[in-house]
Design a protein around this ligand. Sequence first.
Ligand SMILES: O=C(O)CCC(=O)C(=O)O
Ligand SMILES: [Fe+2]
Length: 324
Amino acid sequence: MQDQLLDQIPSLDLADFRSGDPERKARFVQQLGEAYQNIGFVALKNHGLNDEQTKQLYADVQAFFQLPDAAKQRYENPELAGQRGYISKGKEHAKGRNTGDLKEFYHVGQEVETEDPIKKEYPANIWPEEVPSFKESTFRAYRTLESAGQDVLRAIALYLHLPENYFDDKVKHGNSILRPIHYFPIEDPDAVPADAVRAAEHGDINLITLLMGASADGLQVKRRDDKWIPITALPDQIVVNVGDMLQRLTNGVLKSTIHRVVNPAREKMNTSRYSIPFFMHPRSEMSLAALEHCVTPDNPKKEADITAGEFLNERLIELGLKKK
Ligand SMILES: O=C(O)CCC(=O)C(=O)O
Ligand SMILES: [Fe+2]
């Protein structure tokens, strides 16, 4: 599968990995690893989010974004470099661009519930008063996706011939972020910059991303032959992709594939789109130096050593969320 040009991302079942059946588990590891060496994305079912939870989460997220801009901006704090709370329309742009994306979003971060010195690295979460159940529904999704992500990382570790628990202590109390996004309706398409898009092409910063909402139109991934293919996930699937940190750690063996969210047709620009990615980050001290066995004569070391914290900092500046 590694060298094929796929028209669709592969579908996997996390229940295979969690089943305790060695054959099902090994098959999952192999399929996941191959997909990540190839297209960098999979669709995944049995991730642990149930329908009721998902419905409540979307209801809360929509209720928040429907508030007037002035109400939402009370939850925006520029000093946090977009790491918590609301980030208003057009603030973030993809690396290498200046035009802001046509989106607004909200960041929910890690809560450290036991003694761990990492606590002091994380700003407190910000919760919107107007939607009291937002806190519970977003944070429940945070923990569910964190746990699914941990299993995906265990499968990746096995595929890379590392101990299954290789990532466990690195992501414990990691700097992960849940990001409900609203691609807001645009009444007059001529009033926005001509090159503005919902989300310009980019790679994700983090280790892996677990994305809810890819069942709605618009998300596309760039294949190795530069062709854009639409991501089609079923309503019970989330999309899980490799981010730049994991690509760096594996010296490019696993692919952080470029993706984007395109605008709808002009007559549909006045409609909303919602999605909820969970960006799985390790603790800031994790080294992203290439794993020794991923550096070979055929695949010489590509990037300098860096920690996850330093790498994130560089990116936040490049995305316009943090000042130098
Ligand atoms: O909204 C989506 O479907 C994808 C969003 C995305 O790629 C991101 O926020 O990094
Ligand atoms: Fe992304």
